[in-house]
Write a protein that binds this ligand. Structure first.
Ligand code: BG6
Length: 298
């Protein structure tokens, strides 16, 4: 595994990239360019923050996020994979899979005409096989420009098919959750996780005046998050993602979660894109599955 010093040495020629080590040992790096600032964590290959200098922050990061190896970081875009939610067999394996809790390899940081490209990889190891007995190569590729694009690809290196579910668990900032709405889900079926997975149908935009935890399936994959209080409109476009999860913990769950300030729910909203439940994916032996999400302010 590459160390903090290895990474520092490898990218020392780039003045835009600065590695830092958190007290618990987590390695982060900042990418600061004339156009934007971004921060990544090697754990999870996770983008924690991204902001064009002339725009509002695109992502929300909890002030109380745990920066400890092996603990999920609350904010940015953690990847939930190879399962979403509790472990499928109720075995007590980590919720939302292991991808967000393990260090990924930073394989390249490149400049291109339209911005920067940052690429991470995760391969199976004794740690992953203990949790999920499969051989794989997973990659996360970020294109950071006027649009933020994330490509996720999984290659099945097993001699047999495997099934998986996943989501880009994006945390977005809103000025006032009560004035926020999500468009693009009208008419979609959803499982209400707060009503024992009752199947319901969305009517109109999704609006918030209480805890919300819904899994929308068979969606069109294009959404708009309208933040009424600020007037900001965030466009979410996906490729090959047929589910969306809309989550806000509201008052009591915020109080229960130690890595979230009690009032934080007022200023964040998760609109997560991927393939879960009935949209779960079977990857054939030797085959691959790829999907992408693009984010930008209108
Ligand atoms: C959402 C789930 O995706 O993630 C919620 O639908 C869950 O049920 C939330 O509470 C946060 O999960 P975690 O594991 O990051 O606390």
């Amino acid at each position: 595994m590459q160390t903090f010093e290895d990474y520092q040495a490898r990218y020392s020629a780039y003045e835009q990239i600065r590695f830092r080590r958190e007290t618990g040992g987590l390695i982060l790096f900042d990418l600061n360019t004339p156009a934007f600032g971004a921060c990544f964590s090697l754990q999870g290959g996770q983008l924690l923050s991204f902001q064009q200098h002339d725009q509002r922050p695109l992502l929300w990061l909890s002030e109380q996020a745990l920066m400890q190896p092996g603990k999920a970081i609350r904010g940015g875009i953690p990847l939930c994979w190879p399962w979403f939610g509790p472990a499928p067999d109720g075995s007590g394996r980590p919720a939302h899979g292991f991808a967000r809790n393990l260090p990924w390899r930073l394989t390249s940081v490149l400049t291109e005409d339209n911005g920067w490209v940052v690429r991470f990889q995760l391969s199976d190891s004794a740690d992953t096989r203990a949790l999920w007995p499969h051989s794989f190569e997973a990659s996360l590729t970020y294109q950071l420009g006027r649009t933020l694009r994330i490509d996720f690809c999984v290659v099945n290196l097993d001699p047999a098919p495997f099934s998986m579910s996943y989501a880009f668990h994006s945390y977005f900032p809103v000025d006032d959750i009560r004035q926020a709405e999500v468009l693009g889900l009208n008419g979609c079926d959803y499982y209400d996780q707060l009503q024992s997975m009752r199947l319901l149908r969305q009517q109109g935009p999704v609006r918030f005046d209480a805890e919300c935890d819904r899994i929308y399936v068979d969606t069109a994959g294009e959404y708009l998050l309208r933040d009424g209080a600020s007037g900001a409109e965030l466009q979410i476009q996906t490729e090959n993602c047929h589910s969306a999860i809309v989550w806000n913990p509201w008052v009591e769950k915020s109080q229960r979660l130690s890595d979230l300030a009690d009032s934080a729910y007022q200023h964040m909203l998760c609109v997560e894109c991927g393939n879960v439940n009935g949209n779960s994916i079977v990857v054939p032996a030797g085959g691959a599955h790829a999907s992408a999400m693009q984010l930008k302010y209108r």
